[in-house]
Ligand binder design. Structure first.
Ligand SMILES: NC(=O)c1ccc[n+]([C@@H]2O[C@H](COP(=O)([O-])OP(=O)(O)OC[C@H]3O[C@@H](n4cnc5c(N)ncnc54)[C@H](O)[C@@H]3O)[C@@H](O)[C@H]2O)c1
Length: 450
């Protein structure tokens, strides 16, 4: 099939690469010229394990190309007159000022599509968008075609993305399910045909209405965020009782009705999805007169949880951290990505510096991204980012683990102990072995882990 993917970010680039790996011809476009220039030179602008290999193979096979706009991208695809081009919209839907999803990039893409279409198309929303967005996209494209006095057959479908950053390639090739939201049999059949090679059995292809598909994405992310916030609340209860949340977690997660996933307590969820999607679902519910009591609680607990580590540090060291030096391990919002959007490390590092501390941080891959996020703190020497976690711990009054990179498990803690000023570890993800650390002489505190 001929496919145009609009947006070369985490979702767009992965989609373009994986779709082009199975005999489709794909052009991926982005409005950011530097991204396209890097991609054309074979440089992947994001950190995503396995992505470069898939991109390189598709480029070499002539099935994947890049362009700097929808119009130029479409000219690279030579569709037969009666075969629709599939156009995936995978642009950002950031949080608007009132918490709702900001659709400006989606609607700008729709406008450009309407201005550029020359043949039949199926436009597929892969971006996470509120219920009713497919209708808005349809209206925008139809309006542009009307202005051009063009009569081109097109349809709009919803196909939300469920990939996990850090495991995106595997998720695309081995999905739990693929949700296809359509109103027409013809569109549904095209998308079923496209995705059939990506599933082991047909029951993994869920066909629903467009609005149902739009809501499935938000409801899924909000459910996962709910489990995390719920467990964080339980961890706080454990703290007060002086009991171990890890035992409680295992005891709960082994119940087959509950299951173990997304029950790990920590220092709050971040990333480009959960925070904004919970907020957006709050607004969606409110827009139809539903009071989102549960969702508001999920959000409130997460905000509070992001202060957890700072509060623990202050409880141990006092409010005034002037002259204190803190080591932070992990800057990305989760392991195996360089994405720092809404990362818990941001709240923590800013709070530490505001309280007078200096910070040395380490992350296996997010250093470059972090240098942009923390440009101000780096400029005034409140923060230093280094390449080695043991060097980051030098002269530290406390080591704080924020992201559970697997590398941190195998650090030589004897070496760390020799270089710190005080052997104190705050483990914001319950990632390290408390008994091993205590045996070396560290004071250890986790989250709800008495
Ligand atoms: N990142 C994830 O893990 C993930 C997972 C599932 C769903 N989603 C959703 O997918 C969507 C995209 O997320 P992302 O993380 O890939 O975003 P991103 O910010 O990484 O990428 C979006 C890209 O779209 C480009 N863009 C914007 N307008 C454009 C236009 N008119 N034409 C061409 N390119 C344009 C931007 O320059 C950017 O490169 C969002 O709605 C997000 O909520 C993200």
């Amino acid at each position: 099939m001929n496919i145009l993917v609009v947006g070369a970010g985490y979702v767009g680039l992965v989609t373009a690469a994986c779709l082009s790996s199975k005999d489709n011809t794909v052009v991926c476009v982005d409005t950011d010229p530097s991204k396209i220039a890097r991609l054309e030179k074979g440089i992947i602008p994001i950190y995503e394990p396995g992505l470069k290999e898939v991109v390189d193979a598709s480029i070499a096979a002539g099935r994947l190309k890049f362009a700097d706009g929808i119009k130029s991208g479409l000219t690279l695809l030579t569709s037969e007159a009666d075969v629709p081009t599939l156009i995936f919209i995978a642009v950002g839907t950031p949080q608007g000022e009132d918490g709702s999803a900001d659709l400006r990039y989606v609607l700008a893409a729709a406008k450009e599509i309407g201005q550029a279409l020359t043949g039949p198309a199926i436009i597929i929303n892969k971006s996470t968008v509120p219920v009713g967005t497919a209708d808005l996209v349809k209206g925008e494209v139809a309006w542009q075609l009307f202005n051009r006095k063009c009569f081109i057959d097109f349809d709009v479908a919803s196909n939300p993305e469920f990939l996990k950053e850090g495991a995106a390639i595997d998720d695309f090739f081995n999905p739990d399910r693929i949700v296809i939201g359509t109103q027409s049999d013809k569109t549904r059949d095209q998308l079923l045909k496209l995705y059939k090679p990506y599933v082991k059995n047909d029951s993994q292809l869920l066909t629903v209405g467009v609005k149902e598909a739009e809501l499935i994405k938000y409801a899924s992310n909000a459910m996962l965020a709910t489990r995390i916030s719920f467990m964080n609340e339980i961890a706080n209860v454990c703290d007060r009782f002086g009991i171990n949340v890890e035992d409680v977690r295992v005891g709960m997660g082994t119940d087959s009705r509950i299951g173990p996933a997304f029950l790990r307590p920590g220092c709050g969820y971040g990333g480009s999805c959960f925070p904004k999607d919970v907020q957006a679902l709050v607004r969606i519910a409110q827009s139809v007169g539903v009071d989102p009591i549960v969702l508001n609680g999920v959000e409130a607990r997460n905000k509070k949880q992001k202060q957890y580590l700072f509060e623990q540090i202050v409880a141990k060291m006092g409010k005034d951290l002037d002259g204190r030096h803190i080591c932070v391990w992990g800057l990305a919002f989760k392991p195996d990505t360089d994405d720092m959007r809404e990362a818990s490390s941001i709240d923590l590092i800013r709070a530490l510096c505001a309280a007078g501390a200096t910070v040395t941080a380490h992350d296996p891959v997010a250093k470059e991204v972090a240098e942009n996020v923390f440009a101000d703190l780096l400029r005034n020497a409140k923060l230093t980012i280094v390449e080695d976690p043991v060097i980051a711990a030098r002269n530290a009054d406390a080591v704080v683990l924020v992201t559970e990179w697997v590398q941190y498990k195998t650090i030589d803690f004897n070496k760390v102990k020799q270089s710190v000023r005080q052997a104190v570890i705050f483990d914001g993800r319950n990632h390290l072995d408390p008994s091993a650390l205590k045996a070396i002489g560290f004071a250890y505190s986790g989250v709800g882990r008495a």
